[in-house]
Design a protein around this ligand. Structure first.
Ligand SMILES: Cc1cc2nc3c(=O)[nH]c(=O)nc-3n(C[C@H](O)[C@H](O)[C@H](O)COP(=O)(O)O)c2cc1C
Length: 227
């Protein structure tokens, strides 16, 4: 198979898989393998195109990059610890706990909004609504491209994966526990599940919209201009 065909194959293979464990799983990778997996996926994320650097204020959190997004990574052990902690929080964690019990890794991706005017010293929620300007649109676009690279990389390596909006992980108690500033906008909690998840006796939910609206003629139009 040529490289190009392989790329097409991986893109077409990618699909949502929400792996819902009934109890905390033993990880299938050892800690070094998990670290390597996370590093590989981050390397792919960093290859994504981006148009604008993030605002200078975001380069002072100890993460100095000018990229318009940040990634916070958890290995399987940290996922299990987080699952335990969520059960003590006021908000019902829902299925996030089941996925934290199954995950080999979790990558939490945020994008870094340009903000205007005076900002609160302390936040209870993310800066919503954010300013709808072109730079912010392109920050989100670049961050989404980085996320897609991660999902494709995980698919290529055979790890079922899922882009979640984050649910309870967006909220202040979880953000404080994870030390992810509420100045940042959580764009995706990327669950990376064990390669053999489909062989285990466990519920795996697919994306409801996987096949919805996919006919090209229903969402694309060829423009022909008269000479
Ligand atoms: C920005 C974004 C956020 C998402 N958040 C959720 C979510 O919180 N819960 C969920 O069930 N699916 C979520 N999904 C996954 C979609 O449901 C899924 O991509 C869709 O059904 C299409 O299925 P596919 O990924 O298999 O193609 C999200 C997808 C995107 C792009």
């Amino acid at each position: 198979m040529s490289n190009e065909c392989n790329t097409e194959h991986i893109i077409k293979q990618r699909k949502t898989a929400k792996v819902l464990a009934d109890a905390p799983w033993e990880a299938s990778l050892n800690p070094k393998e998990q670290e390597d997996l996370i590093k590989d996926l981050l390397d792919l994320a960093a290859c994504a195109p981006y148009h604008y650097k993030c605002a200078a204020k975001y380069q002072t959190y100890g993460l100095e990059s000018s990229l318009p997004f940040r990634a916070y990574t958890l290995n399987s052990g940290t996922c299990r610890t987080l699952a335990k902690q969520l059960q003590f929080m006021d908000m019902p964690p829902g299925k996030i706990v089941n996925m934290l019990w199954a995950a080999e890794a979790l990558i939490i991706m945020t994008w870094l909004p340009d903000v205007f005017g005076e900002q609160p010293q302390e936040r209870d929620i993310e800066p919503l609504p954010f300013t709808g300007n072109l730079r912010n649109m392109e920050h989100i676009a670049a961050s989404s491209a980085a996320i897609q690279n991660i999902l494709l990389g995980a698919t290529h390596k055979g790890f079922p994966n899922y882009w979640s909006s984050g649910g309870v992980l967006r909220q202040k108690p979880a953000r404080e526990f994870l030390e992810i500033s509420l100045d940042e906008m959580l764009l995706g909690c990327l669950f990376i599940f064990p390669q053999n998840a489909h062989q285990r006796e466990v519920e795996i939910k697919e994306g409801k919209l996987h096949n919805e609206g996919k006919n090209n003629s229903t969402w694309s139009k060829s423009i022909t201009l008269g000479k």
